[in-house]
Design a protein around this ligand. Structure first.
Ligand SMILES: *Cc1c(COP(=O)(O)O)cnc(C)c1O
Length: 405
């Protein structure tokens, strides 16, 4: 019988290069492969599994809801959508929400909202609206979204791209000030760049950007698909800077590690640009997803997962700082959202991840140099101690081999 890896090699588009491990089961912070080996998941599906795998409350809720009502489309009201959106609006201080499924769809929704707001509220001339994004951004993979990317591979071979996007250097407030024109609809920004390599902008950047946007009547739209919902030690990463964005994009952990659930949230005058027929999604806001999303929010609040992320993230960074190795060039992050920058002249991040996998710790490199650590927020201190021990031993082993050769 062909191995599962061979089957994917033959039948699955090769748009990923997975680590060579075949997972069959998961619970909490752990996953198991087909040979029964156990791994600590320090990746949690790019933050989608913040609640832990197969969170018991969510599993129970899904079992009940799945027998009750699942997919009906937005052609009808359901008993589940309103309470979910009410809760997320109250938690985030936003007025209204538009539910979608994947992160990219929610970003597309934000782009549409910003453009239509620019034409109908701000008074920008037809088809002249501009959206400013940042160098090093990651907002998803649709054609419009990769039009905003400065990562050559995300664009190569996929053009032509829609116009109306402009890039400014991430973290540089002067660059943003110079880029804003009367046609600028929105500034789209990740409070911490995740796929970019866990890049934390300079202190005060987000706050200054928010003030600038307010002065120039530009919407500040925070893409918190990865940083949101407790990942960085606050419910929203924007809260670290005391910033309340005009538009907010959530995804990943909103689905409780069970379903794709995303949304765009905004002020009423922004969201009101949408009228029936303007925009939609067959699955967006379905009752199963809404039930899961509401329970995911309840768990986040009742189990204090944001505070847990703050405390354990601080602890994780402290422990990593104790590792004595020339391989680490920089450690950075906030909450349980940590990047280890590996000195590329000494090792690659991929090599570190492969060695960690052999010891039962799953992570994933981002770019060639960064090992990302973003475990489920339900991880405990003993599990972090174990992870740090594996990282220490792997880095020291790679260094020993390097010096011996
Ligand atoms: C993952 C991610 C997206 C895209 O989400 P998908 O569900 O993969 O479409 C967008 N923005 C940020 C910041 C992300 O981390």
């Amino acid at each position: 019988m062909a191995s599962r890896i061979d089957l994917e090699a033959q039948y699955c588009a090769q748009n990923y290069k997975p680590l060579p491990v075949v997972l069959t089961r998961a619970e909490g912070v752990h996953v198991w492969d087909e040979d029964g080996n156990k791994y600590l998941d320090m990746m949690s599906a790019y933050s989608a599994v913040s609640h832990g795998h197969a969170n018991p409350r969510l599993v129970r809720l899904v079992q009940e809801q799945v027998a009750q009502l699942n997919i009906v489309s937005r052609a009808f009201y359901t008993d589940r959508l309103g309470p979910f959106l009410e809760r997320i609006c109250q938690l985030t201080g936003q007025d209204m929400a538009l539910p979608m499924n994947t992160g990219a769809e929610a970003v597309e929704t934000a782009i549409k909202a910003a453009r239509k707001w620019a034409y109908t509220v701000k008074g920008v001339a037809t088809d002249q609206a501009e959206i400013i994004a940042c160098t090093g951004n990651f907002h998803g993979r649709t054609i419009a979204i990769v039009a905003m990317s400065d990562e050559p591979q995300y664009q190569a071979g996929f053009g032509p791209f829609p116009p109306g996007f402009r890039l400014v250097e991430y973290g540089n407030i002067d660059a943003l000030r110079e880029a804003i024109t009367d046609n600028t609809a929105a500034f789209l920004v990740e409070p911490i760049q995740g796929e970019g390599g866990i890049i934390v902008p300079p202190d005060g950047y987000l706050k200054a950007a928010a003030e600038l946007c307010r002065e120039r009547n530009v919407l500040l739209i925070a893409d918190e698909i990865q940083t949101g919902l407790g990942r960085t030690g606050k419910l929203l990463a924007c809260e670290h800077d005391d910033v309340h964005p005009d538009g907010l994009i959530l995804g990943k952990a909103l689905g409780g590690g069970i379903l794709p659930v995303s949304m765009f949230l905004a002020r009423r005058d922004v969201m009101e640009v949408f009228t029936p027929g303007d925009h939609g999604s067959t699955f967006g806001g379905n009752p199963l997803a809404a039930a899961v999303g509401l329970e995911a929010l309840n768990i986040l609040v009742e189990d204090n997962l944001a505070q847990r992320s703050a405390d354990l993230g601080t602890y994780l960074l402290e422990q990593l700082r104790e590792i004595d190795t020339p391989l680490i060039r920089e450690l950075r992050g906030r909450g349980l959202f940590v990047g280890i920058e590996i000195d590329p002249s000494l090792a690659s991040a991929r090599q570190v991840c492969e060695a960690l996998m052999k010891r039962g710790l799953l992570s994933k490199e981002t770019h060639e140099t960064v090992v990302r650590l973003a475990p489920p927020l339900v991880i405990d201190q003993a599990e972090i101690d174990w992870a740090v021990q594996q990282i220490r031993e792997v880095l020291q082993e790679i260094d020993r081999v390097r010096l011996a050769s």
